[in-house]
Design a protein around this ligand. Structure first.
Ligand SMILES: NC(=O)C1=CN([C@@H]2O[C@H](COP(=O)(O)OP(=O)(O)OC[C@H]3O[C@@H](n4cnc5c(N)ncnc54)[C@H](O)[C@@H]3O)[C@@H](O)[C@H]2O)C=CC1
Ligand SMILES: N[C@@H](CC=O)C(=O)O
Ligand code: NA
Length: 442
């Protein structure tokens, strides 16, 4: 051990790494460790050496040394010469069991697995704390964008009020393609899969489960509370149509799948968390409207820091591997210097606000009968539920009359009841679209 590497006495001569999963992200992680070996050694203070790579199918040629491959991840993580485990398999099992075991055995773990973390961070963080090792997951939220570490460390002295943005690359790619080039939904989704953005089961992307998992992780860190995926209100983009995008454009808006985590202070001073994911209209002038393709952006509002914006590639093998490798270097340095990163912080234990109480704005599109008094009747239903109307557009749509109403802010529950009442009106033949509207002060 040379002194100029600044190593702690008794620090490992080499740091052994086990890579679990060799898909979009794992392949890029292995490439970076291999190509950047010399720089990584200098940055860490000891060489990083891949001990093994766990794959599901040993038969496939993967362009890496065959002797590194194994289909037995449970044995790989138990090897005495493995110090850090990188989990880029995805899904709940076997990653949950593998990560917990690795932590219990004193290995630090780096994972990109938001689905797992959104359910089991508590269990895994406890195992890491007990064994005095690191559990890092920057890649799990917004791919390459540093957002987990800024929230957990840089903003640890501030009070975060809101974390909101676009955190799913696949849906943003689809919505951008539909809005910008007129691509159809299915083609854009297939392309997002081909480019390595989509989850193994893209239902997780398009139905908002992936964004909800990320919202749970962000809200937990931002508000020092334990928030799981089940706490996050979720709607996906599968019902957003080309007509919605065209109609949004007429209001100088576009549609984005947003993840919103807010600290809500109620009239009696009680603080709660609202965590929600849904497609929403945002004005074209809003900074999030220009976030296109697989790019993500997260806007953080903190009491003293004010507004911060984080932007970059939210999906894709290499960008995600960059975030993984940042964590690997941090975990490796901690091994060299006998340090450890921050522990999970859930002391505030804020409760979750039900979606019905959360103030928001609605965009409602409906087909109505073309006869006098219909507009008054529709407006009357909004008024009955104390929902004020901000804009109305009426237009012919292939022989039918289409009415679009945009509301002012009102509790989500009142808006949902208004829509239910509209559906029961004889003059309303169909409510064709209900979206929220964000990014405005009204
Ligand atoms: N692709 C992306 O843009 C991003 C992915 N992530 C996360 O990173 C993780 C990996 O994602 P991808 O690389 O895109 O997925 P992928 O599906 O391309 O790769 C996963 C690999 O793990 C392998 N695998 C499955 N079960 C295994 C087992 N029991 N043992 C060993 N290998 C096994 C699969 O055969 C596959 O090659 C997931 O948790 C994903 O949510 C996070 C951020 C961005
Ligand atoms: N499927 C995810 C991958 C990154 O987290 C996405 O599209 O954002
Ligand atoms: Na990130």
């Amino acid at each position: 051990m040379t002194e100029d590497m600044g190593q702690h006495a008794g620090a490992p001569r080499e740091l052994g790494v086990a890579v679990l999963g060799l898909g979009n992200v794992g392949t890029e992680v292995v490439r970076i460790i291999t190509e950047n070996a010399i720089d990584l050694r200098e940055r860490i203070g000891a060489p990083l050496v891949i001990r093994g790579i766990a794959v599901r199918d040993l038969g496939r040629d993967r362009g890496v040394a065959r002797e590194l491959l194994t289909d037995d991840p449970a044995s790989l993580i138990r090897r005495d010469d493995v110090d850090i485990v990188i989990e880029v398999v995805g899904g709940i099992e076997p990653p949950r069991e593998l990560i917990r075991t690795a932590l219990e055995l004193g290995k630090s773990v780096v994972t990109a697995n938001k689905a797992l973390l959104a359910e089991y961070t508590g269990e895994l963080a406890a195992a890491a704390a007990a064994a005095n090792v690191d559990l890092y997951f920057e890649a799990a939220v917004a791919g390459a964008i540093p957002v987990v570490r800024p929230l957990m460390q840089s903003l640890a002295g501030d009070q975060v009020e809101r974390v909101a943005g676009i955190v799913n690359g696949t849906t943003n790619y689809i919505l951008s393609a539909m809005a910008e080039t007129g691509a159809d939904y299915e083609t854009a989704l297939a392309e997002a899969g081909r480019l390595g953005y989509a989850e193994a089961d893209p239902t997780a992307d398009v139905e908002g489960y992936d964004a909800a998992a990320k919202a749970a992780i962000l809200a937990s860190i931002a508000f020092h509370s334990r928030v799981t995926a089940a706490d996050v209100y979720r709607e996906g983009i599968s019902s957003v149509t080309a007509a919605d995008l065209a109609s949004a454009a007429k209001f100088d808006c576009t549609v984005k799948l947003l993840s919103i985590c807010e600290r809500i202070t109620e009239a009696d001073g009680t603080e709660r968390i609202s965590a929600r994911v849904y497609p929403a209209l945002i004005p074209l002038a809003h900074p999030l409207a220009t976030v296109s393709g697989a790019y993500n952006a997260v806007v953080v509002e903190a009491h003293d820091a004010g507004r911060l914006m984080f932007y970059g590639q939210g999906a894709g093998g290499a960008p995600t591997a960059s975030a993984v490798m940042g964590d690997v270097v941090m975990a490796a340095r901690n091994k060299v210097h006998s340090g450890r990163g921050p522990l999970e912080s859930t002391y505030a234990s804020l409760a979750i606000a039900p979606i019905a109480q959360v103030p928001t704005r609605y965009y409602v599109a409906m087909h109505v009968l073309d006869r006098p008094g219909v507009l008054e009747g529709v407006a009357g239903e909004f008024a009955k539920h104390h929902v004020s109307i901000a804009a109305v557009r009426q237009e012919g749509d292939g022989g039918r009359t289409q009415l679009i109403v945009i509301t002012h802010r009102a509790p989500d529950g009142a808006l949902a009841e208004t829509v239910a009442a509209l559906k029961n009106m004889e003059a309303v033949t169909a409510v064709t679209s209900v979206l929220r509207m964000e990014g405005t002060d009204e």
